[in-house]
Design a protein around this ligand. Structure first.
Ligand code: FAD
Length: 449
């Protein structure tokens, strides 16, 4: 009988355990991508992610066609569409790679239903190096702090080696939506020119990016905090959509490297570790995009955003050069340098006292790497409401940060060319006074404890 491989955040043919298992089982394979905005817990993708998804699915369809298979596109709630597709295709097996957020409930329910109907249903670990439930403290609890979490990860067995892509996949043609009818790309206005210039979604683009980074970026990775140089990998959207697995990254980092790159390897791998840590937090609290991890933060006196101030933050018109550079980089290219993400998030949540969820939602809409675990966990980290959060009193000073990490203004000048002219706005907030107000607001949380 045919098998169905249901792809989600794993849009690749190499190192794809569910796909390989279906090919090994023998018989024709239906490779499905389901656009599911209806299942309980499904969060509709933001604009930049929709743009990425279109390119990634187009690239995946080409990879599959090269191997003899089709990409089947369907839309709707998984609990309805998958059983329909089983009936239509006469499938005897359904395989997928695991998810770790709220949608794993959908998967668990479907698995027991299909198994009750006699199907072979299996899920595989594919997008994390370490399954979250395997990394626990001596007492069996999840880690709340990154450093011991990552130490525990590294203390166990090495992650498995990546799987080779199947050479041939016997496809089974079933009815499929036409990708264009999903309207994932912007029409008017077409805001995606900067995204097209910056990125190549898909598995081949991901591997090219990894090789480029290993050669040029990794030897410079000790300077990863400087936004004006390209010292980081920019692999985040490729990892987010699973065009590349962390196992493949890990294996490549164990392969041939220049000496300057070897020195930076542990630090780079620990950043991959932060991704694992974010997923561990999500696994234990699927509501992290909406609820404070530290419940004492429920008492925090967030201010209702002034629409003009919020719009200035979103569009990079705050009059604070490093913040504006970051917000424009985000709007134009769908990505922002990590240190600058921390600085713009600190400005919003501390100097402007706007709820981190407002910032998280803007990032969700505009980042090509918008990730259900890393985005929410990072916002909570900056806001102070996360498990292993930056101490609340640590308010980034964007002026000092710019002096330190962008001393020659390479980054700021690139994104804010009108700096120093009359066209550039005056600061929307007094950094010193708003810092004092933020610390006073935090006293409310402390008092509520
Ligand atoms: P590199 O330094 O090359 O790191 C390699 C990979 O490690 C990244 O691709 C990413 O997958 C992972 N990684 C690195 N840093 C972190 C981190 N702090 N937390 C989790 N994973 C990390 N990252 C996302 O992937 N998606 C998001 O939606 C996201 N939202 C963020 C929001 C805020 C407010 C902040 C402060 C950080 C956010 N990050 C997010 C984390 C981080 O900024 C990005 O992963 C990183 O900038 C991606 O660039 P890179 O691939 O060049 O990173």
């Amino acid at each position: 009988t045919p098998s169905i491989v249901w792809l989600r955040d794993d849009l690749r043919v190499a190192d794809n355990p569910a796909l390989s298992a279906a090919v090994d089982r023998g018989g024709p394979v239906v490779v499905l991508y389901l656009l599911d905005e209806e299942s309980p817990g499904a969060r509709p993708l933001g604009g930049a992610s929709r743009w990425w998804l279109h390119g990634s699915l187009a690239a995946l369809a080409a990879e599959l066609a090269d191997r003899g298979a089709h990409l089947t596109l369907r839309r709707g709630a998984a609990g309805t569409v998958i059983p329909q597709l089983v009936a239509e295709s006469g499938a005897g097996a359904v395989y997928w790679n695991r998810r770790y957020g709220a949608l794993r409930e959908v998967d668990a329910e479907l698995k027991s239903r299909l198994r009750a109907d006699g199907l072979d249903v299996q899920s595989f670990g594919a997008s994390l190096l370490f399954e979250p439930w395997t990394i626990t403290t001596g007492a069996g609890d999840p880690y709340k702090v990154f450093t011991p979490f990552w130490r525990a990860c590294l203390a166990g067995d090495d992650p498995r080696a990546p799987l080779q892509p199947p050479e041939r996949i016997e496809g089974l043609a079933v009815a499929s939506d036409d990708l264009d009818t999903w309207a994932l790309l912007p029409t008017r206005p077409d805001w995606a020119a900067g995204l097209r210039a910056a990125w190549t979604p898909g598995e081949q683009g991901a591997h090219a990016r990894l090789e480029h980074f290993v050669e040029h970026g990794l030897p410079l990775y000790h300077r990863r905090d400087e936004p004006g140089i390209e010292a980081t990998s920019r692999l985040s959207p490729h990892l987010r959509f699973g065009e590349l697995s962390p196992h493949q990254v890990w294996a490549r980092l164990r392969g041939p490297l220049a000496p300057a790159a070897i020195a930076n390897r542990p630090k780079f791998l620990s950043e991959i570790g932060w991704r694992e840590f974010s997923y561990s937090i999500l696994f234990h609290q699927p509501s992290i995009a909406t609820e404070n991890v530290r419940r004492d933060f429920d008492a925090f006196p967030w201010q209702a955003p002034d629409p003009a101030v919020l719009e200035a933050w979103r569009r990079g018109m705050t009059g604070i050069p490093l913040v504006d550079a970051g917000m424009r980089q985000l709007w134009t290219s769908g990505w922002m340098h990590n240190r600058v993400r921390m600085i713009v998030a600190s400005l919003l949540t501390k100097n402007l006292l706007i709820d981190w969820r407002v910032g998280e939602a803007w990032f969700w809409d505009t980042l090509v790497d918008a990730d259900e675990a890393s985005n929410a966990a990072s916002w909570q980290w900056v806001a102070g409401s996360g498990a292993d959060a930056a101490p609340y009193f640590r308010v980034f000073n964007p002026v000092l940060q710019a002096e330190r990490f962008d001393p020659d203004q390479a980054y700021v000048r690139q994104w804010v060319p009108e700096l120093g002219t009359g066209a550039y706005p005056r600061p929307i907030v007094d950094l010193a006074a708003s810092r004092t107000a933020a610390l006073a607001a935090y006293e409310v949380v402390k008092a509520a404890k």
